[in-house]
Write a protein that binds this ligand. Sequence first.
Ligand code: KG4
Ligand code: ZN
Length: 404
Amino acid sequence: MSGREPLLLAIESSCDETGVALVVGGRRILAQAVASQIALHAPAGGIVPELAARAHLRWIVPALAEVLEVAGVTIPEVDGIAVTAGPGLAGSLLVGIAFAKTLAWAHGLPLVGVNHLEGHLYAAWLLDPDEPERPGPPFPLVALVASGGHTFLVEMRDHLAYRLLGETVDDAAGEAFDKAGRLLGLGYPGGPAIAAAATGALRHDAVLPRAWMGDSYDFSFSGLKTALRRQVEGELATAGRPGNEAGGRLDTSRVSELAWGFQEAVVDVLAAKTLRAADETGAAAVVLGGGVASNQALRARIAAGVAARGLPLFVPRPGLCTDNAAMIGAAGWHRFVAGERATSDLAARPAWPLIRPAGAPATRRPPRRGTAARAYETALAAERDAAGNATGDPIASPTRGGAR
Ligand code: KG4
Ligand code: ZN
């Protein structure tokens, strides 16, 4: 369509939410739908990949139909299609990619493959349908993305240009919340459950360890999870109750106190490193994204810190922190207007890192032994193949970003 900014149809199916959105000019959401699979995976206490892929298949067409109807838009009016190509669950990614390719082919529309993590960053630029216009985040900025699968800090000096400051060396923050939720018998997903339990804590003296990782901007949450498990098991043993993963056998009041202590430990580290990064890089703004950024304690802590520094904070409303397609439309727009196009061999990239220019050595510490190491190598090999075959691969551009 002419006379206005490009309208992108965006599709997200990397994990356990089926998302479809229409986004104008990389910022304004016309309509969006997110079909959540939380209830589907809750009985298993975590995401079951095969169920996730089937649910994407079930809901992706109704989600598209709903979005088109709400916006009053037909597919030929769309200028392009943006789809999450990775990282994520291979089977889930494939559903969205196959769907997007089919639509693009059938309607003769350009297609762009988007990195899910870039989507989480770009959620901070989104405007809801009825939200007043406001400027987007200014550069340079520091952004924290904390989700179920990833936790990292980047500096952005311009659009699509990232310098990795630090990342988790083991669990992602959301993964730690989910494991802690299981330990405390709070169910899945653990993040919102822990946050809710923590608000009921009457005592605020449960102190769990923080891994500061020296002066680095890296994170580590596995020690905190172990400390919580030992604490729960110790208290259950003292109380003479059977100790297993069902920490819910602790009194509700104690579960709340430990949930508070756990949340506090995670928030403390995430907030301190983000604020220090803003100071040390001379950031003009701070951006938060990812499911954990919907945590009110984290938002409040970072909001207080940036206010004290006179900096603006850009944090999406909670529904745009967790997985959604609008953020893919925001990030995809920048790729789209830069002329990037995916071809019909666009492949799912389950381990696609946000930042790794061609030829740069990976600085990420890969798992050294066992099944994790083999899975990592297989994913990397598949990714190298995909990168070799793809045209217009955004990540293969040596002009972008820092080393990773
Ligand atoms: O970004 P997201 O929707 O999916 C991934 O890309 O991983 O993040 C999901 C993660 C889950 O681990 C969930 O427990 C966590 O975000 N989460 C929260 C909150 N809401 C969701 N963690 C802490 N507090 C919350 N309020
Ligand atoms: Zn996500």
